[in-house]
Design a protein around this ligand. Structure first.
Ligand code: 5AD
Ligand code: ZN
Length: 438
């Protein structure tokens, strides 16, 4: 199947700026950056059928969100101010038991709009009815690695069901042949997936050569329970099953010790730091960023779902990550702005396999144009500082994904329809769950 959008047109961005240098950016019809120059030559610019006026903007590579549950946008504000186990067990899982594929479609469309508005064009998603999420990402025009959240609770029949659901999603996404959408497997966590389930997921992901997306060592309880039940810490449980690989992205990782960090480094596993969710759910320990860096683990950024954040703005997440780490380490030099920005661009984009995360010739044109003429960019002593500490996603004006414009001057086509349908789906979902509870 051809990408729904069909053939793209060559495109020229004029009047923008990269790191203080006035530039024009030429994008070819495959969506690749063909040239970046102060002035693109006449013969080259005549190829461009679409001209985007970037005057008054700063051009940057877009951001990558390496851990979320996109359709949980429908649960935004549904259950706040609770501890993780109660939040999941009493509020989130009962509501999710009433989810439909249509809910996931509109919830994921809503999440994509929120991500595009705040400069994110690639994300790593774990949820249910993921064929519908894939359709939503296809329609939104951005990129994602999608997995089914595998939860077998040590039950043989549940495991068989989860295996079939995982295989069905992978087959369906492969059948779409859309280079913007990749399948992965999604063991929810060591406390929800049996060793047999983990081993099956490891073997299947190796044979399909696809990613593994997992929650890891989020709470102290998770570590204590793992040690009590199996005598092992959560990373060792994943490793024994074969789930720690260089295709693995492990979210949270708050309660890792130094040996855990070295194990992740040896296996080439990437970590997704989710500081807003961790603080909101009070997991009571900041991810040990200095140990991970020292061990050589790639660290990226994720928002987690909208029920624990409660938005998908990675600009905010960069700031929260930098602030949390400084505070936790009692060291203002920890996680400087440049590192926060690289986590959200270079390291995150690479971990998802969508390019180098750099705005350079030969790379996919995943570009955001940020408003220069706004208070958060005035003055602009150090652009990276403004991006991480002063701006939020509201400063993003225009977004391109693979050279295709997905938002121009703050306008996303079809947004109103998505907001209306998502509002309706969220209200219906809560009503169904209330009926069920009676
Ligand atoms: C894929 C599954 O993960 C759940 N989920 C959402 N946020 C978290 C979190 N912070 N920790 C563990 N599980 C979570 C979703 O609610 C869904 O049940
Ligand atoms: Zn999560």
């Amino acid at each position: 199947m051809v990408d729904r959008m069909g053939r793209e047109k060559a495109c020229l961005i004029t009047g923008t700026c990269i790191e203080g240098r006035p530039v024009e950016i030429l994008i070819d019809e495959t969506g690749t950056i063909a040239a970046i120059d102060e002035k693109i030559s006449g013969s080259e610019r005549s190829n461009a059928e679409v001209i985007i006026d970037g005057s008054g903007t700063l051009a940057m590579h877009t951001l990558a969100n390496t851990h979320t549950h996109a359709a949980m946008s429908l649960l935004r504000g549904y259950a706040d101010d609770m501890i993780l186990q109660d939040w999941l067990g009493q509020k989130i899982w009962p509501l999710e038991a009433c989810l439909t594929g249509e809910d996931v479609y509109w919830g994921t469309r809503l999440a994509c709009i929120e991500m595009i508005r705040s400069g994110t064009t690639a994300f790593n998603d774990m949820y249910f009815f993921m064929e519908e999420a894939a359709r939503a990402v296809d329609h939104a025009g951005i990129k994602a690695q999608l997995c089914y959240g595998f939860i077998d609770l040590n039950d043989h029949d549940k495991r068989e069901h989860e295996i079939r659901a995982t295989e069905a999603l992978v087959t369906s996404i492969k059948g779409m042949q859309n280079p913007r959408i990749k399948p992965a497997v999604g063991p929810h966590a060591v406390y929800t997936v049996s060793p047999e389930g983990l081993a099956w997921l490891a073997a299947y992901s190796a044979s399909e050569q696809i990613g593994i997306h997992v929650h890891l060592s989020e709470t102290e309880q998770e570590v204590l329970d793992a040690q009590k039940n199996s005598g092992k810490r959560p990373p060792a449980i994943l490793d024994q099953a074969g789930c720690l690989t260089d295709r693995t992205i492990a979210a949270h990782c708050c309660w890792l010790d130094q040996a855990d960090c070295r194990l992740l480094a040896e296996r080439g596993t990437t970590v997704s730091h989710n500081p807003a969710s961790n603080m909101k759910l009070s997991v009571n320990r900041a991810m040990p960023y200095p140990w991970l860096v020292e061990a050589g683990v790639p660290v990226t950024l994720g928002t987690d779902g909208c029920a624990s954040n409660n938005n998908l703005d990675l600009f905010e997440e960069m700031k929260i990550a930098a602030l949390l780490q400084k505070f936790a380490q009692n060291n203002p030099t920890c996680l400087p702005a440049e590192e926060a920005l690289s986590m959200a661009t270079v390291t995150g984009t690479r971990a998802l396999g969508f390019g180098s995360g750099l705005l350079v010739v030969g790379e996919p044109a995943d570009i955001m144009l940020i408003d220069r003429m706004v208070p958060c960019n005035t003055p602009l002593h150090h652009q990276t500082s403004n991006m991480v500490y002063a701006c939020n996603g509201g400063a993003v004006k225009t977004v391109l994904c693979n050279g295709r414009v997905v938002m121009q001057d703050g306008v996303i086509p079809g947004e109103e329809e998505v907001l209306n349908n998502a509002s309706r789906a969220a209200a219906d979902l809560v009503r169904r769950a209330a009926d069920q509870a009676e």
